[in-house]
Design a protein around this ligand. Structure first.
Ligand code: T5A
Length: 233
C-alpha cells in the first residue's frame, strides 16, 4: 500500500439501490423517506432517476416522454434509453458510488427489460448486449419492486393530469410490463424485494424501509468482517 493510500484510504464503494414498478406504484413517493433513513444513519446518499439524472440524460428524457412524439421507432426508443443511461452512469451514478455514497435510483435497466422487452416486445438478448456495453459489470445491489395491478397504478398516475407517452399505453401493454418485472424478480430473489404497492401508503413505506434496513445490516456485517474492527460503513 502506498503512503498516500494509507493516509487517504479509498472509501468502500456505495450500494446501488433501484426502485422499479409500473406507473403509480409509489416509487417517487417513497424514495425521499428511504433517502432520509440512510441520512439518519450517517450514510451519504444520492437520489436520482431514469430516464434522466444528468443534464444530457434529462434532455433525452424529455424526448422519450413527450406524448407528441408519436410512432417512435422501438429500437430508437431502446437506444435512447441506453444513451441516457450511459450519460447518467458516467456523470452521476459511478462518481457517487466511487465516493462511497449510496445511490437510490428511481428506475434502471430492469425497466428497459420490462417496457422495451415486455411492453414493446423487443428481444431481451439485444437488451442484454446493450446492458453489458453500457454498464460493464455494474448491476444494482438491491431492487425494490413496487408491484400492483396496472389498472390501479394507472388510475393513480392518470389522476395527476395529462398522460405522458408511456402513460398513454394500453392496459395490455402494462400487463406485459408487470409480467416481465415479476419474472425477473422470481429469477433473482437475492437482488429483488417484492413490495405490495396496492397496500396503504404507510404499509408500503414500512415494507420498503425494512428491505433497506436489511441491506444496511448486511453491509455493516461485511464491513466489520473485512476491517476486523467495529461496525461502520
Ligand atoms: N421507461 C423508463 C422505459 O420505458 N424504459 C426504461 O428503461 C426506463 C428507465 C418514466 C417512463 O419511462 C419508462 C417508464 C416510464 O413510463 P416517469 O414519470 O419517471 O416516466 O414514470 P414513473 O417512474 O412510473 O412515475 P410515476 O410517478 O407514474 O410512478 P411512481 O413514482 O411509482 O408513483 P408516485 O409515487 O408518483 O405515485 C403516484 C400517485 O399515486 C399516489 C401518490 O400519492 C401519487 O399521487 N400513491 C398512492 N395512493 C394510495 N396508496 C398508495 N399506496 C400510493 N402510492 C402512491
Amino acid at each position: 500500500m502506498s503512503l498516500s493510500t494509507a493516509m487517504h484510504p479509498k472509501p468502500a464503494r456505495g450500494c446501488f439501490i433501484t426502485l422499479e414498478g409500473i406507473e403509480g406504484a409509489g416509487k417517487s413517493t417513497h424514495i425521499a423517506a428511504l433517502s432520509a433513513l440512510l441520512c439518519s444513519m450517517g450514510i451519504g446518499v444520492v437520489t436520482t432517476r431514469e430516464p434522466g439524472g444528468s443534464p444530457i440524460a434529462e434532455r433525452i428524457r424529455a424526448l422519450l416522454l413527450d406524448s407528441s412524439n408519436t410512432g417512435m421507432d422501438e429500437t430508437a426508443e431502446l437506444l435512447l434509453m441506453f444513451a441516457a443511461r450511459a450519460e447518467h452512469l458516467s456523470k452521476t451514478i459511478r462518481p457517487a458510488l466511487e465516493s462511497g455514497a449510496w445511490v437510490l435510483c428511481d428506475r434502471f435497466t430492469d425497466a428497459t427489460y420490462a417496457y422495451q422487452g415486455g411492453g414493446r416486445g423487443l428481444n431481451p438478448e439485444r437488451i442484454a448486449l446493450l446492458e453489458t456495453l453500457v454498464q460493464g459489470d455494474l448491476r444494482p445491489d438491491l431492487t425494490l419492486l413496487f408491484d400492483l395491478e396496472p389498472a390501479l397504478g394507472l388510475e393513480r398516475a392518470r389522476g395527476r393530469g395529462t398522460a405522458d407517452r408511456f402513460e398513454s399505453e394500453t392496459l395490455h401493454f402494462f400487463d406485459a410490463v408487470r409480467a416481465v418485472y415479476l419474472e425477473r424478480a422470481h429469477a433473482s430473489p437475492e437482488r429483488y424485494r417484492l413490495i405490495d404497492a396496492a397496500a396503504p401508503l404507510s404499509d408500503v413505506g414500512e415494507q420498503a424501509d425494512q428491505a433497506l434496513r436489511a441491506l444496511i445490516e448486511t453491509r455493516r456485517g461485511e464491513t466489520a468482517d473485512a476491517s476486523g474492527e467495529g461496525e461502520h460503513l
